[in-house]
Design a protein around this ligand. Sequence first.
Ligand code: IMP
Length: 427
Amino acid sequence: MPGTCVIGLQWGDEAKGKLVDLLTSQFEIVVRYQGGANAGHTVVIGDQTYKLHHIPSGILNPGVINVVGTGVVANPATLLKEIDSLLQRGIQIQGNLLLSDRAHIVFPWHIAEDRAMDSSTADGENIGTTHRGIGPCYGDKVGRSHAIRLGDLYRPDFRQKIERVITIKQELLAGVDWSLPNDLDPQTIHAEFSGYAERLRPYVCDTTSYLLDAVEAQRKILFEGAQGSLLDVDHGTYPFVTSSNSSGLGVAAGSGVPGRWITKVIGVAKAYTTRVGGGPFPTELSDATGQRIRELGKEYGTTTGRPRRCGWFDAVAVRYTARLSGIDTISLMMMDVLSHLPEVKICTSYEINGERVNRFPSHVDDLRAAQPVYETMPGWQQDVSKARRRAELPDGARRYLDRIAELVGRPIEFVSVGPDRDQTILD
Ligand code: IMP
């Protein structure tokens, strides 16, 4: 039974880091396989809060090997900051962290391109990216000729490669405001990235072979998804998505482990919905209830600090992503945030141009036109943060969980009632 995956079912920020941290003790290896520094996984252990961007949340568990796989786009400067901050807090890194030599590098030009592209779209049409250079880096990866991978940093022609890519980028991106400290001077950038390469050398290896060996040796592997299934570049709310396969479909390609070795998928959803950046969001609440959820749930981006848009649980969307990501069970997070509301609503279908629809639309314009059809339930108006068993939850909260499981079509395995490891209902 080598592979279990934790996958977000909404637009990211579902508190996957908490679940991964909780499950890690049952695994030998934890793998991040897509995304990059756009992700922000928060783990709270006692009075300590850890914010991770590239490194899997398993790093907080000594003895677990953490892999940043091939499908990740890595920003070496951010990665080293993350490593340093963990080292300062006494976390063991050496021997516990492996970085794929095939992972692509985010360079300053990617960040500048990301900013420039995101601000050049028509009003209301900008994706609202995290400005971490994710899209342009994946774009170069697919385009191939201007891409540089971690393993390239150690090759004798690295200097020539940098010079060639910078020359082309300068021509292609003439007029782009770089707003970056190191400008685009090949010598400075070569020196900067050679410095990163030396510091990262102990961790960089062929993680694909490592994971294939691990699968053959029947080692237990946990795959940690970043972002959420609705941000999947192929199956999400395109173009308001990220640039990787952030649904369960991305695990095999991003890690190198064939899908047949994945034996369990846990889908993570909040008890409500949030979204950062642009794009349609049928159940969005632009009123006092939305504001209340934002404040109680501390719904501000881990990576960018942006306020998250908040709304009711959308069962149409989650039923779609539960099927897309092939999940076995649901982990429902942030139940405590809804505790004091007089009533709670679940979107059970959409009305699109006068027609009742249960399927999640494939075109963003149809999703934009979708009016949510709600089922309203009485709130439980009681603190649930101390509940440790489902039987300890108020009736209203249990009914809410049952209804979500029924609508999504999968059982709820975990319920989170607060940020701490022990604020989790496992039965
Ligand atoms: P990008 O991944 O920075 O290109 O951003 C594309 C879209 O995905 C934007 O709407 C971002 O706000 C969103 N996004 C990217 N990463 C995350 C995440 O980790 N959590 C939530 N939203 C994200």
